[in-house]
Design a protein around this ligand. Structure first.
Ligand code: 13P
Ligand code: SF4
Length: 302
């Protein structure tokens, strides 16, 4: 670590104590951000961490919908998103108004909403899910007709595991759709003993080539358990930092140099320090929306 970074880290940690803050970081964050976090995890794990923290301030190193979920679960805490421009393009592919319209077309459908969505969209939904529990959530519902929003690929993956009638929304993750089947085929020829893990936001043709389809947290649990010494990883590249750190004896191969989520990389040590100094930008969900969105998030957590 450079001297400049050592100083930055010291300042962040001291201000964090002063503010009684906790730092949560998603598995796709820059390595140096993951390294200073109190918890690193996937969307489900981080929302559970947010729900149970005793800290007064949550510094959310991730994207907007994740900070909103923390605000939905912890209305009395200050939730900081160090760069307010850190959005999720997939979450922006659906609005509350467009969802209301679709619900009118499918009045009998139960709306299952991937957490990668705004608080307003969650407020219009019956239940939320993450990539870690989507199949379980859909299967647990006492409903045969489902409208799954906004990720068509996660929704499609769930439909291959369920007999329910699932209508899909045409949203997608611009980072995961860059991963192509040829990327995996090529690497499998090079690393013949490797296991292939991919995220369910990938295209079905990519999922068909995988040994395991897992959330980012699922990948972190799978890596130490598998006997494989080489793992081809089909998701955003940031996770490789954590996988290598926690499994020094194993080799992790990112499936594509293109698998980078630009908004996840907006959070830096500098922006974290700045947000702790200024206690901004704060993410706060308006109370009426929060209460309706919380019902959908709680249903998932329960
Ligand atoms: P996870 O919940 O698996 O970490 O996924 C979040 C995400 O944004 C994937 O692109
Ligand atoms: Fe959104 Fe895709 Fe980035 Fe995840 S990787 S935050 S789904 S754009």
């Amino acid at each position: 670590m450079e001297n400049r970074d050592v100083k930055l880290v010291e300042e962040i940690l001291s201000l964090k104590r002063e503010r009684n803050a906790v730092i949560l970081a998603h598995n796709y964050q820059l390595g140096e951000v993951q390294d200073i976090a109190d918890f690193v995890g996937d969307s489900l794990e981080l929302s559970q961490d947010a729900a149970k923290t005793k800290a007064e301030v949550i510094v959310f190193c991730g994207v907007q919908f994740m900070a909103e979920t923390a605000s939905i679960l912890c209305p009395d805490k200050v939730v900081l998103l160090p760069d307010i421009h850190a959005g999720c393009p997939m979450a922006d592919m659906i609005t509350a108004e467009s969802l209301r319209e679709r619900k009118r077309e499918l009045p009998d459908a139960t709306v299952v909403c991937y957490v990668n969505s705004s608080a307003e969209v969650k407020a219009e939904s019956d239940v939320c899910c993450t990539s870690a529990n989507a199949v379980k959530v859909v299967e647990s519902l006492d409903a045969e007709e489902i409208l799954f929003v906004p990720d068509q690929y996660l929704g499609h993956y769930v439909s291959t595991k369920s007999d329910k009638k699932i209508s899909l929304w045409p949203g997608f993750c611009p980072t995961h759709i860059r991963i192509q089947p040829q990327d995996i085929i090529k690497l499998k020829k090079e690393y013949t003993q490797a296991k292939v893990v991919v995220h369910p936001e990938c295209r079905p043709e990519v999922i068909a080539l995988a040994d395991e389809v897992l959330s980012t947290g699922g990948m972190c649990r799978f890596a130490p358990k598998t006997e494989a010494k080489e793992i081809i990883v089909g998701t955003e590249m940031g996770i490789i930092h954590r996988l290598r750190k926690e499994n020094p004896g194993k080799r992790f191969i990112s499936v594509s140099e293109q698998a980078i989520c630009p908004t996840m990389k907006l959070i830096t040590l500098e922006s974290i320090l700045c947000s702790l100094e200024e206690m901004a930008p704060e993410v706060k969900v308006p109370e009426d929306i929060r209460l309706r969105a919380k019902a959908a998030v709680d249903k998932m957590l329960n």
